[in-house]
Design a protein around this ligand. Structure first.
Ligand SMILES: [Zn+2]
Length: 299
């Protein structure tokens, strides 16, 4: 029986927003996702609660390199950890300045409080892992599943009968609705659906979402995700066609999704937690970019 611990990082002081997973193996504990640097102290605390130290974590698997998943990986690398990520993500972690600066342009002064620092990880501690590859940690074997759609550098990881889905399995908080996180620049609805089909075909018994937690009914999650993915993309399409700027779309999109959330029984504070895990303005911009690239025949 594989021992999986769900670590709540209390991102923005909200519970059940971002998770990191600690898995006990014969080769010591491994982590899937580190969360951002801004929640590192919380992650450290959670690791210590289980009886380990940061330096005991020698291996980390990242589903992709977005801050909320990979931002604190460098801190573990400083203690010697090896970081596994899709090969496209490797150079970004080696030279995070570009990643950080482009995000800083968007977040401005909030950058440090929201995400925190990101320092380079030495090349020899980064291991690019591709679809179909398996990584062994003593008794625990991890299968790498390339799952683009949310990001071009996105892997899911299968251990036994369960899959750690990163963001390709959607966001679902406290058994609420399933929604697709759609930040720029890589959103590709067709590829995302192919990735969902790929995960479905593996017939997992459970999913572990980064946002947030174990899901015992994978098909239900996938079904709802596919529906909402289309709904959101189709909602944005006419705005793209009419050349409406994103800041005009965001309040309308918020209204649209709030209505969806309310129909599904969510209260105001629960909607807020979704907004922290998956900001509306990000999805608006990500989906606008998707339609633009599609229009230009680039995807
Ligand atoms: Zn995420």
């Amino acid at each position: 029986m594989i021992k999986i611990h769900t670590l709540d990082l209390y991102f923005q002081k909200e519970n059940h927003s971002i998770a990191s997973y600690l898995i006990e193996t014969q080769q010591g504990p491994i982590l899937i996702e580190t969360g951002p640097m801004s929640t590192f102290e919380k992650l450290k605390e959670e690791i210590e609660k289980i009886g380990y130290q940061v330096k005991d974590i020698e291996n980390i698997l990242l589903t992709h390199i977005h801050f909320d998943h990979a931002g604190a990986a460098w801190k573990f690398a400083e203690h010697g950890a090896k970081i596994f990520v899709h090969p496209i993500g490797v150079p970004h972690l080696q030279h995070p300045e570009k990643l950080w600066n482009s995000a800083a342009q968007i977040y401005g002064e909030d950058m440090n409080t929201l995400w925190g620092e990101m320092k380079p990880i030495p090349e020899d501690q980064l291991d690019g892992v591709k679809d179909g590859q398996t990584i062994e940690f003593g008794d625990v074997e991890v299968e790498v599943i390339y799952t683009p759609g949310h990001a071009v550098h996105h892997n899911a990881y299968k251990i036994g009968d369960v899959i750690f889905t990163g963001d390709v399995g959607g966001v679902r908080i406290n058994n609420g609705p399933v929604v697709p996180p759609c930040p720029p620049p890589d959103i590709n609805i067709e590829l995302w659906k192919q990735s969902i089909d790929k995960l479905r075909s593996l017939k997992p018994e459970a999913l572990y979402l980064t946002h947030y937690g174990k899901q015992e009914n994978p098909n239900e999650v996938f079904d709802e995700l596919e529906i909402v993915l289309d709904q959101w993309a189709n909602y944005i399409k006419p705005f793209y066609e009419d050349n409406i700027p994103s800041d005009k779309i965001v309040p309308l999109f918020v209204e649209f999704t709030e209505k969806q959330f309310k129909e599904k029984g969510l209260e105001k504070d629960q909607i807020q937690t979704y907004e922290y895990a998956n900001p509306s303005w990000m999805s608006v911009n990500g989906l606008l970019r998707y339609w633009k690239l599609k229009d230009q025949g680039r995807i």
